[in-house]
Every structure is written in C-alpha cells, then in structure tokens.
Design a protein around this ligand. Sequence first.
Ligand code: PLP
Length: 484
Amino acid sequence: MTPEEFRRYGKQVVDWIADYQEKVESYPVQSQVRPGEVLASLPAGPPEEGEGFEAVLADLDRVVMPGITHWQHPSFFAYFPANASGPAILGELLSAGLGVQGMLWATSPACTELETRMLDWLAELLGLPARFRSDGDGGGVIQDSASDAVLIALLAALHRRDGGAAAREGITRRHTLYVSSQTHSSLEKAARVTGIGAANVRVVDVDPDTLAMDPAHLDALITEDIAAGAVPVLACATVGTTSTTAVDPVREIGEVCSRHGVWLHVDAAYAGVAAVCPEFRWVNDGLDGHVDSYATNPHKWLLTNFDCTALWVADRAPLVGALSILPEYLRNRASASGEVIDYRDWQISLGRRFRALKLWAVIRWYGAEGLRAHIRSGVRLAAELASRIGADPGFALLEHHPFGLVCFRPRWEGLPDDEADAATLRVMERLNASGDLYLTHTRVGGRVLLRMAIGAPGTGDAHVEAAWRRIREETAREGRPAGQ
Ligand code: PLP
C-alpha cells in the first residue's frame, strides 16, 4: 500500500469508525450470532492475489459486525467497562503508524521516556505515594493486562525472596501465595505459570458482610505455613474486587506482610482509577505503608483503549533482577551506561508496543477535570440506580460500594434458593438475548446476583432508566417477585 493509497483508505477507516460511534446505539448490545456463524462466512483459505481494501471494509460490515458485542454501547453493563475514546483510538493509530518496538531505550528513546513520564503523570493524577515514581527506587510501566501485572509482581517477589534461586534452579521449595475467595483468578494462573502451583495458593477468609480479606487470618495462615517449612512469597489485596467491588484493608494487610517479609501486590484493576477524583483518594489508603506493587487499568474505566495496565513498583531492583537477560545482540552503549530504562526488563516479552502514546493523548485531551467528570458520571448513575433498587421491595440490593457497579437480585416469593437463582439467570439471559442491554452475574454467599457495571463513555440517565425498566419487565414476566 502506497502512502497515497493509505491516505485514501485511512480516511475511509476513520470515517467508518466515526460512523460506528454515531450509530453504536442502534446495534443489539450483545452479538446475536450462533457459534461458528462468523467462521462459516469466512473463506476457508487465504487469497492468492491481493484484494482492494474496499473488499475488507465490505466484509467488515457483512461478516464481522454481526459477530461484535458492542462494548462501547451505552447499554453495555456487563463485566467491567472497557472504555474506548477518540483520543485513545488516535493514539493507537499513531502507534501503529510509527510501528516501533520499544524493547530497549535505544530502539526508540521516545517510546521509553514518554512511558516513564506518563506513568509519573498518572501516579500524580491518582495521588499515589512518591515512592512509586521513577525519580526514586520505584517506577511505573505499562503492561498488557492486570493479569500480566500480577505475574510480573510475583516474579519480582520470588526474586527478592530467594535471591534469584527460583529463576536459576526452578522451584525447589514450597512457596506460598495468599489471596481471598474474591481475588481475581489471575493469581491462580500466575501460580500455575511460575510453577509455584495452585495448591500453594492459600485462601484467606473474608468478612461475610463486606467480603474484605481478614488480616488476622492472613497472619495465621502465613505463620502456620512458615512453621510447616514453606516460604511465603506474595499476598494480593484487591481494591474493587471483580465480583462486587469489595475493598480489602490494604494497610492492615501490609502490616502483616511487612512482619513476615511477604511481597504485597495491590490489584486495583477496576477501581484504582477512581482516585483521579479527590473524593475517591481513600482507595489509596495503605499504599503509603508496606505495598510493593500496585496495578490499575486505564483500559477499564479511564477512557483508554485496551490494552493499558499501569503497574508501579516501590523498588524496581527485584523486578529487573528477575527479568533481565542480556544476550549479545541486545548489548548497546545506552543500556551499558546504566542511564536509561530498558522496559524489556520489566515484562515477559521482549518486544513492546508504544502504548504510552494513547495514554498521553487521553490525559492531554481530557485533562484531569475531564477524567474526573467521566468517573463521577458513572458513580452518580450507579448510586441513583442503587437507591431505586434499594427502594423496590421486589429486589434485594447488595450493600452498594461507591463505584460504578450495582449488584442485586429479584426476591422471588416462595421459591427455594436454587429455583430462585435459576429464575434470576433466566431473566438475565432473556435481557441479554433481547439486545437491549447486557448484564452479567456473580454469586455471593451461594446466591446469584446480577451485576450492572456502569461506565461506558456514552451511558446517561436514559440508558440506565431504560435498563431498570427492562429488568423489571422481564422479572415480572418470569414470575412474581415479592411485594409486586
Ligand atoms: N483484577 C481485577 C480486580 C479485575 O476485575 C480484573 C478484570 O476484570 C482483572 C484483574 C483482570 O484484568 P485484565 O483483563 O487486565 O487481566
């Protein structure tokens, strides 16, 4: 493709995206295709001769679009949001256009230095403690996902714990990790990947009401494991759990970890970005204590297209110690000088994309005020919905955490719990199949709850009102909730 052809088709692609943004609301939120339908519309093999880009765009509409679930639809309330925004999309395009590999400072100094500065900017915007900033021993880096971030943290923790023995010799002792029943599954995956093993992931009790980790039980488990000859490595506290946005007591957990020399990783994948608002700075409580690594995802709720997980460490030495390998072909004068960061040493893969460009574009376009307005809008809509649900005798509301997620269920009169849960799931499936909105569910205390996560950039009062109306309609169709 020549630059002239690129200009022509590039304009068409940008127009296509702008049209999509204008009409996203007209699509069913959840894709309605059956398994294999998209596959069946695609030729079995690749073309022998190149085609015009018009053909790709035509097939985008014909083949791909029916198989798209519209995450940017204002009635998308499933999982957690995966915000896209104009500046982030343009930042991605520029990154693709430059096509650089930022594995070493020398392979594109701007790719490294813009990232360093963006992570410092973000630390400032969120009010994170100074020790996470790059001008001391710590620093930040962009990872693909919060799951990668915890794997990286675990590798650094192992390195600090055993001076690199696990990296050299493999896992030869029983190492233990500490999570709660509410911790994201990526912790177990990290245990599998590192060879620590899922059986060595210890599950700390949670408070049955708040679902927050119990630091005293953490202490007891660590003490028991040490007595049994194990080597505790890492505990993960969560600020905003995936299921219900519960918040663990980071400071108390940090005190326990500090006593036992255990690395504390704080996973604030969803909720951490709320700290751009001063009224949400409390989500950082305890980060100024004993916390070794902290991650939050601008790609969830901060208007930045996937992928963009911000990971900060208080001390970068164990991280670089765990991951740095220097083959001859990567040696260069800048790295040898010790004056530069080589982010390849802060991640699993060697190559890396120029993701800081989109974060730069987002922060500059919205400014701190624009980012705050986005968070506040989701929080307000969720709080209003929660108060309506709380006031409706036909529904039970899980104690509302002040972010963008509302968890609730219909109260089915006279049904045993398992039948009531099945009825709740049928309501959800019908709502999702209707294409009017998209919800997911969780289980708390054995009971099914619907999760409504508000935070897509286009979501407004009318969308939440319409969703609540549809939820009550489908609930009424299913049977008779209490009080109705
Ligand atoms: N941690 C928490 C608390 C999450 O809620 C999620 C996803 O929702 C993750 C980790 C995983 O995020 P990612 O997709 O960035 O790996």
